[in-house]
Design a protein around this ligand. Structure first.
Ligand SMILES: [Zn+2]
Ligand SMILES: [Zn+2]
Length: 349
C-alpha cells in the first residue's frame, strides 16, 4: 500500500483542499524531503486565489526548509538526514540564458509549487542539485526564508551601493525587511524604511532601519528630501509593488543615483511630469530585479546562507503567523482580504 501524507492541494483558483495524497517518490537525481517549515510567498496569495497553478491539482509552496529522508537513484552527494533548503527554480540548462548562468531568465523552466508539486505538504521531492545544506545556526524557519533573503540580495546588489550611501526601501514586507539588512551589510549609511503598516516599520527598525516613515501619515518624498538636505537618497529600492511607490522612488532618489524595482504591481505606470524630469535631469538609473541567482555562477543563495549562518541576516519579528497546514485555506483568505495585519506567514506541516 502507498504511504500517504497531508497536503494542501490546489484544484482551481480559490479551491484549496487539505487532504491525504500519496507521498511523492524521488526519481533519478531527486531527493525526498520532510518539510519542517514553509512560508507563504507574496506571489502565493494571487497564485492560490486568482491565477492558479499551471496544471491542477498542484501542491503550491516553494519557500521551505526540511530534512532529507529519501534518495532517488544516482544521488550520492546529499546525506540522508541532512538539514536543507531548496531552490524552487528548476532551469532547463540548455536555453541561451541557462548557458550563461542567468537561470532566472530561463525560457523553459520548471518550478516547485507552481509548475510541479511544492511544499505545502509533509513531504516534497526535488532535484538533488537544487538542494543546499543549512549552516548549523540556521533553523528551519530561517531556512524557509532563504528564498526571500536571496531575492532581497539580488536586488540590493543591483543598487551598486558605495560606502555610506543612503538607501530608502519602499515596502518593508519580508523582502524589504531583509533588504534593509543587506543594505547595511553591504556598506550603506542611513537606511530609510517606508511603509504604511506600523508593525512592518517597527520590525524593520529593530533590524537596522535608521529612519522609519509611515507613508500614510507623512509625505515620504518630502520627508526623505528633508533628511538629505534636499538631495534625496543615493539608492532606492521598490518592494511595495505599487505605481505610487514607483513614482516616489524616482522622486526621492538623488542625482546620479539608482533605483531598483522588485515589487510586482501588475499595473500600468503613469509618471508625473516631475518624475520624468527627474529621470532625465538627475540621470537616474532605473533597474528591474527578478528572482535570485544561484551556483555555479553568481550564488545569491549561497551568499545568503553564509550571512545567515554568521548571524548577519536575522529573522527578527518578521514572522507574524505560525500555523498548521489545516489552517492554510483560512490564512490565505485572510491575506487576500487583509483581515488582519501580517508579515511573513509560516506553516509547520
Ligand atoms: Zn517566493
Ligand atoms: Zn533555460
Amino acid at each position: 500500500m502507498k504511504k500517504t501524507m497531508k497536503a494542501a492541494n490546489l484544484y482551481a483558483p480559490a479551491d484549496i483542499r487539505v487532504e491525504q495524497v500519496a507521498v511523492p517518490e524521488p526519481g533519478e537525481g531527486e531527493v525526498l524531503i520532510r518539510v519542517k517549515a514553509v512560508g507563504v510567498c507574496g506571489s502565493d496569495v494571487s497564485r492560490l486565489m486568482e491565477t492558479g497553478t499551471y496544471t491542477f491539482p498542484t501542491i503550491p509552496g516553494h519557500e521551505f526548509g526540511g530534512e532529507i529522508v529519501g534518495l532517488g537513484a544516482g544521488v550520492e552527494d546529499v546525506p540522508e538526514g541532512a538539514r536543507v533548503t531548496v531552490i524552487p527554480l528548476i532551469p532547463c540548462m540548455t536555453c541561451e540564458y541557462c548557458l550563461i548562468g542567468e537561470y532566472t531568465l530561463c525560457r523553459e523552466y520548471d518550478y516547485l509549487g507552481s509548475r510541479c508539486d511544492g511544499a505545502y505538504a509533509e513531504y516534497v521531492k526535488a532535484p538533488a542539485k537544487n538542494v543546499l545544506l543549512l549552516p548549523d545556526d540556521v533553523d528551519f524557519e530561517m531556512a524557509a526564508m532563504t528564498d526571500p533573503i536571496s531575492v532581497a540580495l539580488h536586488a540590493v546588489k543591483k543598487l551598486g551601493i558605495q560606502p555610506g550611501d543612503r538607501v530608502a526601501v519602499f515596502g518593508v514586507g519580508p523582502i524589504g525587511f531583509f533588504s534593509v539588512q543587506w543594505a547595511k551589510a553591504l556598506g550603506a549609511g542611513d537606511v530609510i524604511a517606508v511603509d504604511i503598516f506600523p508593525e512592518k516599520l517597527a520590525a524593520a527598525g529593530a533590524v537596522g532601519a535608521d529612519v522609519c516613515i509611515n507613508a500614510r501619515e507623512t509625505d515620504a518624498v518630502a520627508a526623505i528630501k528633508e533628511l538629505t538636505d534636499g538631495k534625496g537618497v543615493e539608492r532606492s529600492l521598490e518592494f511595495a509593488g505599487s505605481p505610487i511607490t514607483q513614482e516616489q522612488c524616482i522622486r526621492a532618489t538623488a542625482a546620479l543615483g539608482s533605483t531598483v524595482w522588485g515589487g510586482i504591481s501588475h499595473q500600468p505606470l503613469n509618471l508625473s511630469e516631475q518624475a520624468v524630469d527627474d529621470i532625465l535631469r538627475k540621470e537616474l538609473v532605473i533597474r528591474g530585479s527578478w528572482n535570485s541567482s544561484f551556483a555555479p555562477f553568481v550564488s545569491d543563495w549561497e551568499n545568503a546562507l553564509a550571512f545567515m549562518g554568521r548571524g548577519k541576516i536575522v529573522k527578527g519579528d518578521v514572522i507574524t503567523h505560525r500555523l498548521s497546514l489545516d489552517e492554510l485555506p483560512d490564512a490565505i483568505q485572510m491575506m487576500l482580504e487583509r483581515k488582519t495585519d501580517f508579515n511573513k506567514v509560516m506553516f509547520f506541516p
